[in-house]
Write a protein that binds this ligand. Structure first.
Ligand SMILES: [Zn+2]
Length: 686
């Protein structure tokens, strides 16, 4: 793991720093093990998720401008409803085309300017570099704000399909549209900054007074806590606690405290929804959720149905995992705490949001004492350095026939944490000058996790490499799940065989027990996440559409948590609570469905490439290492960027036009069968 700043000043700086990156970026999913904190600007992918801490966000000028301007320069989510393209009439509007051409040019120029400043800031954090980066971001955002408004005025003009597509990409590129009215716009930007600020500053503290037992009962004060224990924990400390603690009272108190802190944001969020919707209406969308769902090359209603269809595909596997984990937790915490046929208390899954369960691996490991596949020991023993690790990653890509990294990659990347200055260590991938100026920025350590992250980040870089000649608005993944899914798909090829080939594993574990342990570890991250990845936006779509009224915010939230995840809160919730506000992406207004899609797409990509490469065994054993055929397909898909509807890109890879969760099921087939057998005595479901 990385070394994190200790001092508050440093933390604030990092927060501000990340914020300004985000100012013209959108969050994308994380890397393997990273999940939902990967920041994805136009030409940068920051895999912040590999750290187990959550970004603390402070309001800043940059955020105000972002939100005020309502635009993100660019992102991975792209779509044009096919019907719209199809009806493009005879006389193309020259004005629209000229507008888009000049937008692409200016966008590229300002993005390069901003990315350059941002790179310097990320690799040399000072007040000066932050100021320079913020100024460049502001300029970019100001431009984009104007461009989006102007794009709306061309809507009804005849134009060629590419212009039409890029106009839509421009319009849906931001998760937030601000109202035209300056007063309302200022109100919205202020609210947005406040919401992020509240989240960033939130802490889990003991209940305000001993007399207030509403949240303090039920053992919320553990044996060691007393009056002097007025210690408040920020989210970084809480993440560590959830990683390590198996003390129910301690986890309960931490969970309740963190969720109590979110209450304050409820009225702000309510107003935020109203104003965001007004902004969306002004650029032609009925509400903000509908604007988000318009970015997937199908009608918003069809997209909603797609997500539900995909969920139904994976639900049986999730229910089996839930069933097994519940039984193990009941052993660990007692059946009174974890009822055998009910929902699982949300604070016992090793994560504040119960979104990934990897931290409870030791409680649920199928075969205790079996060796795991950790190659960190070998990496350290063999003294692998950062360059060797990145060269190894590069060798993976060249083995499938892709180009070697440009020489500038080795000159300009930051692979190690410098000793003499402060930097942002979160792994990220960049094309700073949008001309194949590929780089990664990491503080590499000889660990398995970092080796996997390197492959993931290089996946982003090779995507950039494939499309850097396209117009700026097309320089993105086919939809917002694609970029992350691609990196993660490649990490699925880091199999025991591949690692053995690198001399990092002495032998390939052959027995079933080892396999089940490994698959359990992966499933706790990837399968457990699926319902969470879906429900965040299910809730928000209905909130933005007015189907969930403010009075029911929290009730509806827990209905979804129960229905999809099979979870319950550790203690009954009240109308005062605003538990959705305890998850970063809601106060920060970052769409979330992309993470759900990326989880499914990565397995689908993997399967398509494995089939093409001639692999015939079980999917979990496949590595596309060395397959030129796989590399050719990959290049073909990546080179399309966002220029075509995403089903076209998917088809280029493997002939399929629909997202299909069956690849994930196939990958986890062994675990799925094992779980069914194990759960035979249980009453699964909730
Ligand atoms: Zn990533």
């Amino acid at each position: 793991m990385f070394v994190w700043p200790k001092g508050r000043a440093r933390r604030l700086r990092e927060a501000a720093n990340r914020l300004s990156v985000r100012a013209f970026a959108r969050l994308g999913p994380g890397s393997a093990g990273a999940r939902d904190r990967c920041v994805a600007p136009l030409a940068r992918y920051l895999d912040t998720a590999r750290m187990k801490k959550t970004v603390s966000i402070l309001p800043s000028v940059a955020s105000l401008i972002l939100l005020g301007g309502s635009v993100v320069a660019h992102s991975q989510s792209r779509a044009v409803p096919r019907a719209v393209v199809a009806q493009s009439p005879p006389r193309p509007s020259r004005r629209a085309k000229a507008f888009i051409d000049s937008t692409n040019q200016t966008l590229r120029r300002l993005t390069v300017k901003s990315a350059t400043a941002d790179w310097v800031k990320n690799t040399y954090i000072t007040d000066d570099t932050e100021r320079l980066a913020a100024a460049a971001n502001d300029e970019l955002l100001g431009f984009m704000s104007e461009a989006v408004k102007k794009a709306a005025t061309f809507e009804n003009l005849p134009m060629d399909p590419d212009t039409r597509r890029m106009l839509l990409l421009l319009r849906v590129s931001s998760p937030l549209a601000a109202p035209r009215d300056p007063a309302l716009r200022l109100e919205l930007t202020t609210l947005a900054a406040k919401l992020e600020g509240l989240y960033g500053k939130a802490k889990s503290c003991p209940p305000p007074a001993a007399g207030n037992l509403q949240n303090g009962g039920g053992g919320s004060s553990g044996g060691s806590s007393g009056p002097k224990d007025q210690k408040c924990l920020d989210i970084e400390a809480l993440n560590v606690l959830f990683q390590k603690s198996h003390s129910e009272p301690e986890l309960r108190e931490a969970w309740l405290g963190w969720h109590r802190a979110a209450r304050e944001s409820r009225p702000l969020f309510t107003r935020f929804v109203e104003l965001a919707n007004q902004g969306a209406r002004e650029i032609g969308f009925a509400d903000t959720g509908l604007m988000w769902r318009s970015a997937y090359d199908m009608t918003p209603a069809a997209f909603e149905q797609e997500t539900e269809r995909l969920w139904q595909q994976v639900r049986p596997l999730y229910e089996q995992l839930h069933c097994y984990v519940r039984a193990q937790l009941a052993k660990a915490y007692g059946r009174d705490r974890v009822p055998p046929a009910g929902a699982i208390p949300a604070h016992l899954l090793g994560n504040m949001w119960a979104q990934e369960w990897g931290n409870i691996q030791s409680l649920v490991e199928p075969y205790q004492g079996q060796p795991t596949l950790d190659v960190s020991v070998a990496l350290a023993a063999q003294k692998w350095d950062a360059v060797r690790m990145v060269r190894t990653g590069e060798a993976f890509f060249t083995s499938v026939g892709l180009d070697p990294l440009p020489s500038t990659f080795w000159e300009r990347s930051m692979l190690l944490k410098p000793r003499d200055r402060e930097v942002v260590c979160h792994a990220s991938a960049w094309d700073v000058m949008m001309n194949d100026d590929l780089r990664i920025k990491m503080c590499i350590k000889p660990t398995e996790e970092d080796l996997i992250t390197i492959h993931h980040e290089l996946g982003h870089d090779y995507y950039f490499h494939a499309y850097f000649t396209l117009p700026a608005l097309y320089q993105a993944g086919a939809n917002d799940g694609f970029h992350e899914a691609l990196g993660d798909a490649l990490t699925l090829s880091i199999t025991p065989q591949y690692l053995k080939g690198l001399g990092l594993l002495p032998a390939i574990p052959k027995d079933e027990k080892g396999l089940i342990n490994v698959q359990m570890k992966e499933a706790l991250a990837k399968v457990a996440f699926l319902p969470f990845g879906l429900l965040i936006d299910k809730w928000r779509w209905d909130v933005f559409a007015g189907k969930i009224k403010p009075a029911d915010y929290n009730k509806a939230w827990w209905q979804l948590r129960r229905q999809y995840q099979g979870l319950e809160p550790p203690e009954p919730r009240t109308d005062e609570d605003f538990d959705p506000g305890a998850k970063y992406h809601i106060p920060a207004n970052v769409p979330y469905t992309r993470y759900f899609l990326a989880r499914l797409l990565q397995f689908q990509f993997h399967r398509a490439l494995c089939r093409a490469s001639g692999h015939t065994g079980p999917l979990h054993q496949c590595s596309i290492y060395g397959s030129k055929v796989a590399g050719t397909l990959l290049s073909k898909m990546m080179a399309m960027g966002a220029s075509k509807p995403w089903p076209d890109a998917l088809e280029a890879l493997g002939g399929e036009r629909q997202i299909d969760a069956s690849a994930l099921l196939e990958y986890f087939a062994s675990l799925g069968a094992w779980l069914k057998e194990k759960n035979a005595v249980e009453k699964c479901g909730w």
